[in-house]
Design a binder for this molecule. Structure first.
Ligand code: NAP
Ligand code: F7E
Length: 340
């Protein structure tokens, strides 16, 4: 019998890669999405075209503030695995929408787990926890490091993390947290710093923009590739016991390092095109330094990332250049002209 997986956040970066991975492993995937005034299916259009008519991919509208919209689907389809990836995932925006962030990221996790407990206790549950929970705790951070969240987003993820542990410890659910450090890809949202840099650079070369306006570029992150991380997410639910795992590369770089690497690919002097400390992108409190220790996942799950920061940067830049009709070679030629 084919396994059935539910994915909230299937239209997002990780949800779309995870859906592809599970379909390649012969799962039946149910993508749970919210209603939007403008259909937002770009990241999953390819798998819709390939799998929906065969009944292997099914999409359902839900609302994370509406428990019965989720419960009805759990009762009807009895999933083997439930991946809770939906969230208000932008840390900077969470300072302006704290209450909604807690509702969607934390309370919805409680709603889903309570529904699983009442209706389908055998279902395994994955919670998309985040390195933002460590906040100001100095690196390296692992599963035992204390949480010191610095934003409504971080607070919401800590609450969801403990909710997941509570349903595991008190009620015996197979419920696991993946504590994932930053991971990016060509499918990353345009207002996260890495994608903003690669996408704006492609626009500069195409003549649509002159400069990239950034906030604090001295903060440091441990960046991996989403494709590597969704493989780890799946492995976490295949482990023999429900447990919490950090997924990270173990390397850390500043935002400035990411800018330099990206501009270097095209031989451009970044200082001419980047303006920093723009107040629109400064946060009331910052997470300054994240570097994960993922030894537990590497040992118990045999997970390890394939991409490093250079291959990640190149993948993202090439994809954004392609959006503007350019190959890497053509972009290098344009770069020579604009740097004169
Ligand atoms: P993403 O690209 O921003 O995707 C978020 C998904 O959540 C989208 O499908 C979005 O739907 C959905 N969503 C947001 N608000 C919702 C609501 N009110 N109701 C229903 N769906 C809603 O994020 P991601 O990078 O794939 O991250 C996946 C998960 O991992 C998130 O929970 C994130 O917080 C967590 N995480 C991410 C990272 C990272 O570095 N990427 C690291 C650690 C943890 P729309 O498409 O309609 O907006
Ligand atoms: O910021 C600085 C910013 O928004 C990274 C989410 O996936 O990872 C992500 O959260 C750093 C911060 O990601 C700009 O202040 C400078 O120090 O790309 P980001 P994030 O906040 O680390 C964690 C693990 C998650 O769980 C989240 O869901 O870059 N920065 N200038 C900027 N950031 C943005 N967005 N835009 C700027 O112009």
């Amino acid at each position: 019998m084919k396994k059935i997986a539910f994915i909230t956040g299937v239209t997002g970066q990780d949800g779309s890669y995870l859906a592809e991975l599970l379909l390649s492993k012969k799962y039946i995937v149910h993508g749970l999405l919210r209603r939007t005034s403008f259909l937002n299916l770009d990241r999953i259009q390819e798998i819709i075209d390939r799998y929906e008519s065969k009944g292997l991919l099914k999409l359902h509208y839900i609302d994370l503030t509406d428990t019965s919209s989720i419960t009805n689907l759990i009762i009807k389809y009895k999933p083997h695995e439930f991946y809770n990836l939906a969230s208000m995932s932008h840390v900077g925006i969470s300072y302006f929408t704290g209450e909604a962030t807690l509702n969607i990221n934390a309370i919805a996790t409680y709603r889903i787990l309570e529904s699983i407990l009442k209706n389908h206790k055998k279902c395994k549950f994955y919670q998309a926890s985040s390195s933002e929970m460590f906040g100001s705790t100095p690196p390296p951070q692992n599963e035992k490091s204390p949480f010191n969240p610095q934003s409504p987003y971080g607070i919401s993820k800590v609450a969801a993390y403990y909710t997941t542990r509570y349903f595991r410890q008190a009620h015996g659910l197979f419920a696991s947290n993946g504590i994932l450090f930053n991971h990016e890809s060509p499918r990353r949202g345009l207002n996260f710093v890495t994608r903003k840099i690669t996408h704006s650079l492609a626009r500069i070369l195409s003549g649509y923009e002159k400069k990239i306006y950034l906030g604090d570029i001295s903060t440091r992150r441990d960046w991996g590739h989403s494709k590597d991380y969704v493989r780890g997410i799946w492995m976490i639910l295949q482990h023999k016991r429900p447990e919490d795992f950090v997924l990270s590369t173990g390397k850390n770089y500043s935002i400035e390092d990411f800018v330099k690497k990206t501009f270097k690919i095209l031989g451009l002097n970044w200082k001419k095109f980047v303006s920093t400390n723009n107040k629109n992108f400064l946060r009331p409190s910052e997470v300054r330094n994240l570097q994960g220790n993922s030894n537990k996942a590497r040992k118990l799950l045999k997970w390890k990332p394939i991409y490093n920061l250079d291959t990640l940067c190149l993948d993202m830049l090439k994809s954004d250049l392609k959006l503007y009709g350019m190959t890497l070679e053509q972009a290098k030629e344009k770069a020579k002209k604009i740097s004169k």
